[in-house]
Structures are given as C-alpha cells and as structure tokens.
Design a binder for this molecule. Structure first.
Ligand SMILES: Cc1cc2nc3c(=O)[nH]c(=O)nc-3n(C[C@H](O)[C@H](O)[C@H](O)COP(=O)(O)OP(=O)(O)OC[C@H]3O[C@@H](n4cnc5c(N)ncnc54)[C@H](O)[C@@H]3O)c2cc1C
Length: 491
C-alpha cells in the first residue's frame, strides 16, 4: 500500500468497549473509521458487570442508556467489606445507581450503534506493525489471508491491557501486580441475597457477590491460603466456603455456567499519545476490579477523545487539542488507580492496621455524610472535573448535569443529554444568540427550561462530552464570538 493512500480517517485497534464507543462516535460524526479486532468471534465472556452513573449519562447522551438498563438490574448502594456502605441513591444524576449487566451487553449495544453509523469492523485482524509519519499512520496486521496494511490520519490503541499498539510505540507500562489468583464464577444461588452488591473480607481472604439480574450471580473470591496459577480450575466448594466465611452468610451455591481465575495489575502509561497515535482504556491504564471502574474509565476516555479527533479531522481545531486528552484523562486514570488500589489493599490486609482501617472507614463512611458522598461521586464517575484556566468561570471543566431545556419545537430536546445526541456542542442561554448561527453545523442552541434558575444570566457552552467548555455571565457578542471560535473553530 502506498504511503499516500488513506483507507480511513481513524484506525481503532480493539473492539472492546473503549474501541466500540470511540468508533461509534467517530462514525456518527461522519468520519471513516476502521476497527481492527484480532478475535475472529465475539467474546462470550464477561469481565465488567458494573456500569456507573457517569457512564450511563454518556450513554444517555448517545440514546443508549435505556436499552442497556433494560438488560440488567440496578442497585442503589454498594456494600464493601461488610461495613462500608456507599449510598448512590442521593447522587445528583438521572442514574443514582449502579447498573449490573454483563460486559457483553454493553459491548453489543455499542457495537450495533457503531456498525449502524458506518464503522467498518474487521474481525480476525491482529495488528503487528506500526509506522507513522507527518501525514498519517500505517498499521500492518496478520489476517487469515496473510499480512494486510491499513493507513489513516490517526490511530487509537484500544487493544487492552496487553496492548500491541503501546508496545509498538515503545511506551512503557510501569506498575505492579496487586493481587494474584482471584477466582471468578457465575453461579445460581439457593438463597438470594437482598438487593445490594455484597462483599466481605476477613482472615480467609475476600469475596464479592453481584446479581446479573437474570437469576445468575457473579462471585469473585480470593483465598489467602490457596494461591493457584491462573490456569488452575476453580473449585466451587472452595469459593462457597470462602463466601460463607467472609460474609458470615450461607447463600447455598448451585450450578456454575462459567468459571475463571485472574490476576490483577496496577499500571499506567506515562503518556497517552505518541504523534498520531493515542492510547485509550485498558491499553492506557489498568487497575484492580475493586469498585468496578476499568471499563467505565475506558468509556470515558473514549468520550473525551472522540469529539477532539473529530474536530481536528474536520479542520475545526488544531492538532494541539489532542494534547488535552492527556492533560484531562491521565490524572483521572491515576486517581482511579489510587482509589481502586486502596480498596483492594484494604480487602487484602490481614494485619491489625488494615482491619482497624476497615472498621474506621466503615464507621466514618456510615456516619460522616461528606466522606460517603465524595466516595460515591468518585466511584460513580460524576465527581471528576477537568483542569480549567486560571480565572475561568467556576463551571468550566465541570460535568454539566442533565439540564432541563425549553422545548422550542415538537420533538425537540427537552434535556441536555437529548441535545448532546446530535454529537455537537450545546450552547445554553436564555437569550437568542444569533452570533451562533454561523456555527449551526457545530453547535445546538437551547434555553434552560427555567429562565429564572441558576443559569438565568449565564451563557454556557457544553462540549460534546458533557463538560463545560466556557461560561460567562452576560457576555458581549465579541466575547461569545471569541469563545465559539476558540472551541468550535472559525465559522
Ligand atoms: C474480573 C474482572 C472484573 C471486572 N469488573 C469490572 C467492572 O465491574 N466494571 C468495570 O468498569 N470494569 C471492570 N473490569 C475491567 C474491564 O473489563 C476492562 O477495563 C475493560 O474490558 C477494558 O475495555 P477495553 O475496551 O479498554 O479493553 P478490552 O476489553 O480488553 O478490549 C481490547 C480488545 O482489543 C483486542 N486486541 C488486543 N490486541 C489486539 C491487536 N494486536 N490487534 C487487534 N485487536 C487486538 C482484544 O481482542 C480485545 O477485544 C473487570 C476486569 C476483570 C478482569
């Protein structure tokens, strides 16, 4: 293939949740996207099962949340280590809960959207080579028909924890293994627990139990006294004993439809970008599954990156916009690494300090509202904000809640997440802003439903990923024009 022949605008390596969300967004934006996936068949296995509030918000902003929620069960609090309870019911979101649904459901919903929007999903294509120059990226891949080449302006490695793209770029993945030989089983239970996700930790190890919503339960367990290699089979009786011991309850374990062992690493790439290639999802960061945040963090990486890539490729923004992907998402990845690591160390701790800490955190979380609240905001993902320039309006960089909007035509968007389904930015203002007409292809304008509410004098520009790009009380036409040009490019 010649170095000038582009087969796509963006090559996405990996059809996991991260790659599929990204590909769907780019294809919806009208770009040519090819997804290269080494697996010839879809994976029937599930790893993630917890979908948190912020992820549901971004799925809502793509019209997918209701469909996914229908596949699982929602729980409104997390019970950790028998004592720590994180209550999600009070979260300021349309989705004050965790959705428990197997990862393959999330992937199916995202895959169907991506393919429908025109993404070209190639299975049985394993990326083995990468070369980039000033104009684009060339990937070589192993396929059933021999080696094949692909070329695009940009490429994204969403190829998981053992990312070939990361290795081909020479980006290190420093970190360590935090826990080995964790047992997984999807089972029936004779005595179903109450609504909550259940977890317990003690001398014997830890265990965690979550409903799939269809009568099956996911059990995760770690036996301190028995550390087998990942290839060893899971013995159900061992898992049942462990669950009984650490939760103090007997759920009566029945048949299993799937079992596995895994080990968990805590690692993060120091950079998420090398020239025209970016890393997202597990390829960029991985951590313990405690708190169920891996897939959620990857999906949010994809939502942060997709509109930036689209804007650069359409010539609306300079290439430097892609650097903000690193400045915004790397700190979030680091924070997730820390919080999930702290949770798993707490669960693994055998010694008195860890036990005391478990009790103390349990007591504090149960009695101190603010601690529990910030824990809930962090786990759910709605508490994260991005850096703002000095002197910026206090809303800048923050997640914008699902504002109610005045409906100006039948079927028009009645809330922010509906307006964001256009894939465009949203300009919220009580005033008619004719200045914005020149950017009609790039921004939706809307008025808040309550003209006397918090935004009464404020004009707010919401990025396509739902974070505030710019806000100003009573801006002049010139100020508004400058802000729109900065964020959306010259008209
Ligand atoms: C036991 C367990 C429980 C978990 N529970 C949760 C949870 O409850 N909530 C949560 O948010 N997260 C959870 N996670 C983490 C979650 O599963 C991952 O974070 C998520 O799958 C990452 O998605 P991804 O798309 O980035 O990568 P992946 O899902 O790993 O997808 C990468 C894709 O790239 C493909 N690929 C790899 N190399 C190549 C190549 N060279 N060429 C082409 N294709 C390639 C792979 O085949 C794969 O399909 C859990 C993980 C484990 C192990």
């Amino acid at each position: 293939m010649s170095e000038t022949e582009f087969t796509a605008d963006v090559l996405v390596v990996g059809a996991g949740p991260t790659g599929l969300l990204l590909a769907g967004d780019l294809a919806t934006a009208g770009l040519r996207v090819t997804v290269l996936e080494k697996r010839a068949e879809e994976s029937p296995l599930t790893r993630a099962f917890a979908v948190h509030a912020r992820t549901l918000e971004l799925l809502d902003a793509r019209g997918l949340a209701d469909e996914l929620i229908a596949t699982g069960r929602t729980v409104s609090s997390l019970q950790l280590f028998g004592r720590i309870r994180i209550d999600l019911a009070g979260l300021p979101t349309r989705f004050p809960f965790v959705l428990v649904t197997p990862q393959y459901n999330t992937e199916r919903v995202l895959r169907e959207r991506a393919v429908k929007a025109g993404a070209d999903l190639r299975r049985g294509v394993e990326v083995t080579g990468l070369r980039q120059d000033a104009e684009g990226v060339t990937l070589t891949a192993r396929t059933a028909d021999g080696e094949q080449g692909f070329r695009a302006r940009y490429a994204v490695g969403a190829d998981g924890v053992r990312s070939s793209v990361r290795d081909l770029l020479g980006i290190p993945f420093p970190g360590e293994s935090v826990v080995r030989s964790v047992m997984l089983a999807d089972v029936r239970l004779e005595h179903e627990p109450e609504e909550l996700l259940t977890a317990g930790a003690g001398e014997a190890g830890f265990a965690f139990l979550a409903p799939f919503g269809d009568g099956w339960y996911r059990v995760v367990g770690w036996n301190r006294e028995h550390q087998a290699p990942d290839s060893d089979p899971v013995v159900l009786a061992e898992l049942a004993d462990l669950l009984r011991e650490v939760t103090g309850r007997d759920f009566g374990m029945g048949e299993a439809r799937w079992t596995s062992r895994f080990h968990s690493d805590e690692r993060q790439a120091p950079t998420y970008r090398s020239g025209r290639v970016l890393l997202a999802g597990d390829a960029a960061h991985c951590h313990s599954p405690a708190g169920g945040q891996g897939m959620n963090t990857g999906l949010q990486d994809a939502a942060n990156l997709s509109w930036k890539l689209a804007s650069v490729l359409r010539g609306w923004s300079p290439d430097a916009l892609l650097d903000t992907y690193q400045t915004e998402r790397h700190p979030v990845g680091r924070a997730v690494l820390r919080s999930s690591g702290a949770l798993v160390r707490l669960a693994l701790g055998r010694h008195a300090p860890a036990r005391a800490l478990r009790s103390a955190i349990g007591a504090a979380a149960n009695h101190l509202g603010p601690l529990a609240e910030s824990g809930a905001k962090q786990v759910s993902g709605i508490g994260y904000a991005y850096p703002a320039e000095k002197g910026a309006h206090p809303l800048v960089g923050r997640r914008v809640p699902d504002l109610r909007l005045a409906v100006d035509e039948p079927g028009g968007p009645a809330r922010l997440h509906e307006a964001l389904r256009s894939g465009r930015a949203v300009l919220v203002s009580n005033d008619e802003l004719s200045v914005a007409d020149s950017w009609a292809e790039r921004v939706v304008t809307a008025a808040p439903a309550d003209p006397h509410g918090k935004l009464r004098d404020t004009v707010l520009l919401v990025r396509p990923d739902g974070y505030a790009a710019w806000a100003c009380a009573d801006p002049t036409r010139g100020e508004l024009r400058t802000a729109l040009s900065h964020w959306l490019g010259r008209p």
